[in-house]
Design a protein around this ligand. Structure first.
Ligand SMILES: Cc1cc2nc3c(=O)[nH]c(=O)nc-3n(C[C@H](O)[C@H](O)[C@H](O)COP(=O)(O)OP(=O)(O)OC[C@H]3O[C@@H](n4cnc5c(N)ncnc54)[C@H](O)[C@@H]3O)c2cc1C
Length: 380
């Protein structure tokens, strides 16, 4: 095969979502000179764009384990991350610390949230129990049918589309090359090393290669090994536009959530569907989301849907992130499988992966979430 060109970088990142872009930024901050991002379509337009931007290590937590821990640690980096991005790019990513409410409408809901309240309290997490009256005082537009709620003061949100703009801008300002419409079909291997990647027309070489291709990771080929299995899980969302912000906090029920943005948009999400690489919205999905929104707040019934969209969450076999070097090639690192929490996990993922590449730092999470765990289970 004849390639139009052959190019060299210190680090090649495949995939320009929130994970790839955040890693690129962190590498640059640690002194790596030549970083190239290869992006199949346009950077920042897939799952990371579709997300709701919730930074919620507690509201969705079922147990206090290493996953909750990594989520909580990543959240703790967000204040600094947001402040640095404003300074570096002038873009405010709208980190919003108003907290998250979790509402109960049925007896089943009440049972579930009380169970959550009790174990989270025991585990020392920050959670408060609110009566129906207290809930409505906190959020006057919440349905009068609410029975009670939990308040998670440490579950925040960020405007993920602005975050993507800020990360892109950082790349532009810092000579990180983003090559778009440059889908990688195959990794180039020499012995036990991956030396680069092939797009349709070009060959890109690098000292280190990072796979940050989200839901599409398993489609990339290597000669003698397979990349970890990652499955697309579709999430549909809708939004409404109001002239001014009606809700102060992110609000969950057991059936979905609403996320109020500073500009008056109200996002309602999300479906969880195993339908392959299909990013279409469906009538059933949209109807379900509308009902979820109406249950939380009947006031939404007066509004027209202003936007509907869907994205593909990257889910590994065990639903946990995949971070670190591939067993077959130590200079090939993977950062994917962030499933429902890639926006939340971006700053810490970037530090872990960039720390390993730039300074051989060994975070314990590189062990816990290593791709080797699938090899041991025979499922890679
Ligand atoms: C509806 C919905 C709501 C969500 N809400 C939240 C939330 O509230 N909070 C949260 O933390 N997370 C949320 N998530 C999850 C979050 O969006 C993902 O975990 C995160 O975006 C994953 O980031 P990524 O960079 O790995 O993937 P992506 O953003 O999908 O980026 C991967 C990139 O790789 C590119 N690519 C793929 N294959 C190739 C190839 N062969 N060559 C070159 N480029 C390639 C793709 O084009 C894409 O741009 C949500 C997701 C969805 C769908």
């Amino acid at each position: 095969m004849i390639f139009n060109s052959e190019k060299f970088s210190d680090v090649l990142i495949i995939g320009g979502g929130v994970i790839g872009l955040s890693i690129a930024r962190e590498l640059k901050r640690r002194g790596i000179a030549k970083i190239t991002i290869l992006e199949r379509g346009n950077a920042g337009q897939e799952s990371s764009f579709a997300a709701a931007g919730m930074l919620a290590p507690n509201a969705e937590t079922e147990k206090a384990d290493k996953f909750t821990e990594i989520c909580t640690k990543s959240l703790s980096l967000y204040t600094e991350f947001a402040a640095e991005l404003i300074e570096e790019t002038g873009i405010d990513i709208e980190l919003d610390k108003n907290g998250t409410l979790y509402l109960a409408f049925t007896e089943e809901d009440s049972k579930e949230i009380l169970h959550r309240f009790e174990w989270q309290k025991r585990a020392g997490l920050r959670v408060e129990h609110l009566s129906a009256q207290e809930t409505r005082r906190a959020e006057p537009f919440v349905s009068p049918d609410v029975r009670e709620s939990l308040f998670f003061p440490s579950d925040w949100q960020v405007e993920n589309r602005r975050l993507l703009c800020a990360l892109r801008r950082y790349c532009e300002l810092n000579q990180i090359e983003i090559l778009e419409n440059a889908g990688v079909a195959r990794l180039v291997c020499e012995g036990e090393r991956v030396v680069g990647a092939e797009t349709e027309n070009d060959r890109h070489y690098a000292e280190k290669v990072v796979i940050a291709t989200g839901a599409w990771t398993s489609l990339i080929k290597a000669e003698s090994f397979a990349l970890p299995q990652v499955k697309p899980i579709r999430g549909q969302m809708i939004s409404f536009q109001t002239a001014k912000r009606l809700f102060n906090k992110v609000i969950y029920s057991r059936r979905g959530y609403i996320v109020p943005r500073a500009d008056g948009r109200i996002l309602v999400g999300a479906t969880v569907e195993d339908v392959g690489f299909d990013k279409n919205t469906t009538q059933i999905g949209i109807e379900m989301l509308r009902e979820t929104g109406l249950e939380i707040s009947p006031s939404l019934g007066h509004l027209e849907i202003s936007e509907k969209w869907a994205g593909l969450r990257p889910s590994s076999i065990d639903g946990l992130p995949i971070l670190g070097a591939m067993p077959e090639a130590e200079n090939l690192l993977v950062a994917t499988g962030h499933y429902r929490n890639g926006i939340l996990l971006a700053p810490l993922t970037a530090r872990i992966i960039a720390g390993k590449i730039a300074a051989n730092e060994n975070s314990e999470y590189l062990e816990i979430f290593s791709p080797r765990r699938f090899r041991a289970a025979g499922a890679i």
